[in-house]
Design a protein around this ligand. Structure first.
Ligand code: NDP
Length: 302
């Protein structure tokens, strides 16, 4: 087996971003007397969501932000949740609001997202921010695609004229990522579950971004030699060890077969330890951006 590809060191990249965010927060505090504030709202007791929310709160504090977490019971009403969002919209100490998704059954996530002040919508999900992105106007961009884009620029440099294939078209990931690639002058193909001959479409990609939610779907012969592959998928599958698998032990894999991607000569993000790390740090970056927008400050001068 030959492995001519390379795994992207996302940990080192994220460590650099974390330092950058901490520097921006310190500059906002000392030069402008603004402490960026992030509010995370968790409804219900989903174990995975609870871990994500705790990580977000801890990182926000670690980079020097003001951080609040609202934990609400699973039977919270739509109106009570909307009222909390409105209260956070009006709270001058809060610059970023994130309502952890998915919400428990019975709550309408779209209606809640629509309540968030677009200037505090650090998940970039409000239609105003989706519209700003597609119109090329400044706004808040969903954390995972924003992180993937920064990573791509770091890895590839000028993206102009590259053929980028985005597999997946969700509002959270596929659509904003495709818009960002387009804004970077890539030629963009968006593929999805109805795409014909997906392997052939993927083989055309200089840059292949995959956000599908299907374990190790992208195989060696889907990847053009030398392509840069961003694997957004996070899937839990049974452990390789049959004894552990029988005990219910699992492992995380992406949407791309990582060993195959290396064999194909790709530069590829690993799972775990890849794009997932970027998402949380970009939430902090977006909170800094929101604080700058709200206070009329130039983020690049921090
Ligand atoms: P969604 O389920 O919202 O979207 C999945 C997309 O994949 C859809 O557009 C769907 O097409 C497409 N798709 C499904 N099956 C196929 C197939 N066989 N061939 C081609 N396309 C297919 O998922 P998300 O975008 O929210 O997330 C995708 C993955 O990324 C998940 O594993 C999720 O856990 C992970 N994720 C990771 C993040 C991170 O921080 N690393 C953040 C966000 C997501 P169609 O529209 O036609 O149904």
């Amino acid at each position: 087996m030959t492995t001519s590809g390379r795994a992207i060191d996302c940990k080192a990249f994220v460590a650099r971003l974390r330092d950058e965010v901490a520097t921006s927060v310190a500059a906002l505090k000392t030069r402008h007397a603004v402490t960026p504030g992030l509010a995370v709202v968790l409804v219900g007791d989903d174990a995975a969501s609870s871990v994500y929310v705790r990580n977000k709160g801890e990182l926000a504090e670690a980079v020097g932000m003001h951080s609040v977490t609202h934990r609400l019971p699973a039977d919270t009403s739509q109106e009570d949740l909307a009222a909390l969002v409105r209260q956070l919209n009006a709270d001058r100490s809060i610059h970023g609001i994130l309502v952890q998704l998915p919400l428990p059954r019975g709550l309408n996530a779209d209606a809640i997202i629509a309540e968030i002040d677009p200037n505090k919508d650090v998940d970039g999900l409000h239609v105003v921010n989706a519209g700003r992105l597609s119109a090329g106007l400044p706004g808040l961009v969903s954390c995972t695609p924003a992180g993937c884009m920064k990573l791509l620029r770091d890895e590839v440099g000028d993206l102009s004229g590259k053929h980028a294939v985005m597999v997946g078209r969700s509002n959270l990931m596929g659509k904003p990522m495709a818009q960002l690639l387009l804004a970077a002058d890539c030629t963009v193909t968006i593929a999805h579950s109805r795409t014909r001959d997906l392997p052939a479409v993927c083989r055309e990609a200089d840059i292949l971004v995959v956000a599908v939610g299907r374990p190790e779907m992208v195989k060696r012969d889907w990847i053009k030699p030398g392509a840069v592959v961003i694997d957004v998928g996070i899937n839990r599958v049974p452990s390789r060890d049959p004894v552990k698998a029988a005990q219910g032990k699992t492992r995380l894999v992406g949407d791309v077969d990582f060993a195959d991607a290396l064999e194909a000569g790709a530069t590829v993000t690993p799972v775990p330890g890849g794009v997932g790390l970027l998402t949380v740090i970009f939430l902090m970056q977006n909170t800094v951006k929101a604080a700058c927008m709200i206070h009329g400050l130039d983020e690049s001068s921090l």
